[in-house]
Design a protein around this ligand. Structure first.
Ligand SMILES: Nc1nc2c(c(=O)[nH]1)N[C@H]1C(S)=C(S)[C@@H](COP(=O)(O)O)O[C@H]1N2
Ligand SMILES: [Mo]
Length: 429
């Protein structure tokens, strides 16, 4: 490996926007462009050990097990969970460590959690799902009953409408992308279409709303319009191939694709057809945007068009100059992601990022773009556009639309500052 090109790329780099953003075509040959050279040199420097057979190659390892765990060296990859609160038994939230993960799928153990009254320990043999209200024939289903229905699987994101609320606050918190935006996860959910069960119960013509209630101590309930319920809502029984976790609503939860997490009622036990919303506590006192005049919007269901850079991101540090991959996640509650643009100069100039794999409707989408960091301060941003043409707003545009006290449905552009020393911090640009 040549020693004269530590920080200077060996090939001609095509710059596509200010402050070092490079063409997507370099994604395929980042190592030629200098990043790999550094890695290879560190192996050379470590010389001896790299050429010796390590201890773990000289004896048999541990045998197979019944249920696997991550490597003990990956034990730092955890949900960001605050200490339990005495005033809210079982309540609170934990966040997905978005900065420590790759791809678009959230492992089940790291799916974010939001509980209003803790996780009930439900015996599926005793759990029932009742369907009543404005139906011809009220029905009751056991878990076994539901397992016998035809199922379908979809990769879908779930986001709390309180996610990123901290980014609407007056000062930029010193936190990670998971700490700020981690009430967001994406999984392959499998279950039974609600329309199948509603057809069996026979929806009466007066019915226009579907209300659902969970079996947790909070009896959390929400209402959704019937047309959405019939379009794509389902009762999720599996999460990434295994039965859904207690944290996610075992043995069954409502899953409402693209809509604020709160309507996807966990530990689902009752569905009632009605001619109007039930006006449950959680749909009247929270979860929608507070306006400058003190009124609040009623029922903001779909999640906004949004993206965040997950690396480099808050509390990380760039340890060398040279080419880095900027990567992050984009999503929209109104369709798929058509475009993600990235800026390294605080939004003055932008370049199109590469969408990784296919962009799925109502799922997280991963984006990537190479960036040449030559030691100058930078402000990294991303901006998503969805298939319906909605463009993610700047933070200022979002804040000017609502009351300064509003913390729901924040989807403004996130800025990460990179200092001359390579430290990455959350900033308001
Ligand atoms: N029964 C019940 N359903 C619930 C909740 C709850 O506390 N109880 N929390 C809601 C909220 S606010 C969100 S954001 C999502 C969180 O789902 P998760 O914990 O699987 O991530 O579940 C929703 N469904
Ligand atoms: Mo939520």
């Amino acid at each position: 490996m040549s020693d004269n090109n530590k920080n200077t790329p060996a090939i001609a780099l095509e710059r596509v926007a200010g402050n070092g953003l490079l063409s997507r075509r370099h994604l395929l040959c980042l190592s030629l462009a200098g990043a790999g050279a550094m890695v290879a040199e560190s192996v050379m420097a470590a010389d001896g050990p790299a050429l010796t057979m390590p201890a773990w190659s000289r004896t048999p390892g541990r045998g197979p097990s019944e249920y696997g765990n991550p490597s003990s060296f990956a034990g730092h990859i955890k949900r960001l969970a605050p200490p339990p609160s005495a005033s809210l038994p079982g309540g609170g939230a934990s966040r997905t460590p978005l900065h420590l993960l790759q791809g678009i799928i959230t492992p089940n153990s790291l799916h974010f959690e939001r509980h209003h009254s803790g996780i009930p320990d439900i015996d599926p043999a005793q759990h029932r799902l009742a369907i009543g209200g404005l139906v011809r024939q009220p029905l009751v289903f056991s878990y076994e009953d539901l397992l016998a229905y035809p199922m379908e699987s979809r990769i879908l994101f779930l986001e709390c409408s309180g996610n990123s609320g901290g980014a609407a606050g007056p000062t930029a918190a010193d936190t990670s992308v998971g700490g700020l935006h981690g009430l967001l996860s994406c999984a392959e959910w499998t279950g039974v279409r609600l329309s199948t069960l509603l057809e069996e119960a026979g929806v009466l013509p007066e019915a226009t709303w579907v209300t659902s209630t969970g079996a947790d101590g909070a009896s959390m309930g929400r209402s959704i319009p019937l047309d959405k319920a019939l379009r794509d809502v389902f009762i999720a029984l599996y999460q990434n191939g295994e039965p859904i976790r207690p944290e996610q609503g075992y043995p069954m939860r409502l899953f409402v694709p693209g809509w604020e997490g709160n309507v996807s009622v966990k530990w689902l036990s009752l569905i009632k057809l009605a001619s109007m919303p039930a006006n449950f506590k959680d749909e009247t006192s929270r979860y929608t945007e507070l306006l400058p005049d003190g009124k609040a919007l009623q029922f903001t269901f779909p999640m906004g068009t949004k993206s965040v850079i997950t690396s480099p991101s808050g509390q990380m540090a760039l340890r060398r100059q040279g080419v880095h991959e900027i990567t992050g996640l984009a999503w929209s509650g109104r369709g798929s992601i058509r475009r993600v643009e990235v800026s390294a100069d605080g939004g003055r100039t932008w370049a199109d990022a590469q969408i990784d794999g296919e962009s799925r409707s109502l799922a997280l989408t991963r984006f990537r773009l190479p960036w040449l960091w030559e030691g100058a301060p930078a402000v990294l941003q991303s901006r998503a556009t969805d298939s319906a043409g909605n463009v993610q707003p700047t933070r200022d545009v979002f804040l000017n639309t609502y009351s300064p006290a509003n913390r729901y449905h924040f989807n403004g552009i996130q800025s990460w500052a990179v200092s001359a020393q390579g430290e990455v911090t959350n900033v308001y640009a």
